[in-house]
Ligand binder design. Structure first.
Ligand SMILES: Cc1ncc(C[n+]2csc(CCOP(=O)(O)OP(=O)(O)O)c2C)c(N)n1
Ligand code: SF4
Length: 246
């Protein structure tokens, strides 16, 4: 197989992601989809103050640094100001489902014509691996050293259950735990970008992603954990596909 870097990726950039992190794979999928759709010059990515923000140097796209928890609402504003732009918010699960949950829900309710690309690694990665709304029952984190107790901490936030009945364009969940799944996730991202180009409305694609550093696992064992545990809890697939078949 010939390896080539998609247009849109800045291969000279310093990359801050830890070995085995999923963020870089997911940003690469954005770049592949954008190049295939011929929209490199139209992309605006909106980052969070979180691990995803390294995409600012890794990509050649226009980019906005949003406040923590606010990339989705910032993306909605950018899209309203620049309707020709293709706008992608790139938060983590901590951002989109905790401090930013209100703007996630209301952007969905307003069917804002953007892509919310949520990287779900089940922890607040950048700040040291605290429990996030998406941490799994029993998951040990730095703020739940004995494991998430659903009686005390509540159940994990499942965006498919939360937005499943909303009138939005697209809702899908992928993962990057294997090459086949990476390809499937790339198709989801590309479909969501096409929907934005067609003016269909709000698309949320959640990608399950490893955080070996904060899971205290090697990159290889982090992928195993995803398959054995994370993907057993969070269903993969397409759940809303307004223009197509769900
Ligand atoms: C208003 C505000 N609150 C809290 C923080 C601290 N903070 C920065 S990154 C982060 C965690 C990010 O976790 P997540 O959104 O899940 O993304 P990840 O780093 O795991 O990709 C937090 C709490 C901040 N920068 N601003
Ligand atoms: S802390 Fe986790 S999410 Fe952040 S760069 Fe490292 S592996 Fe990725």
């Amino acid at each position: 197989m010939k390896y080539s870097v998609p247009k849109g990726i800045n291969r000279e950039a310093h990359i801050g992601w830890c070995p085995g992190c999923g963020h870089g794979i997911i940003v690469r999928l954005v770049a592949e989809a954008a190049a295939e759709l011929g929209i490199n010059d139209r992309i605006i990515m909106v980052e969070d103050v979180a691990c995803g923000e390294f995409a600012q140097t890794v990509t050649q796209y226009n980019n906005i640094g949003g406040a923590h928890g606010r990339p989705i609402i910032t993306a909605a504003g950018a899209k309203r100001a620049r309707p020709d732009a293709i706008v992608i918010a790139h938060p983590g699960d901590g951002s989109a489902y905790s401090i930013g949950i209100e703007s996630t829900m209301h952007c969905a309710l307003r069917n804002e014509n953007i892509l919310a690309l949520v990287v779900n690694n089940g922890v607040f990665g950048m700040t040291g691996g605290q429990m996030s709304p998406a941490s799994l029952p029993g998951q040990k984190t730095t703020s739940s050293p004995k494991g998430r107790d659903i009686n005390k901490n509540g159940s994990p936030f499942d965006v498919v259950k939360a937005l499943g009945q909303f009138d939005i364009a697209y809702l899908a969940r992928g993962t990057v735990s294997s090459p086949a799944q990476v390809i499937k996730s790339g198709k989801m991202i590309k479909k969501a970008l096409q929907k934005q180009m067609d003016g269909e409305g709000f698309c949320l694609v959640e990608i399950l992603s490893p955080c070996p550093t904060n899971w205290n696992l090697s990159p290889v064992n982090a992928l195993k954990y995803m398959k054995d545990v994370q993907e057993k809890y969070y269903q993969l697939g397409e759940f809303i596909d307004k223009g197509g078949k769900a």
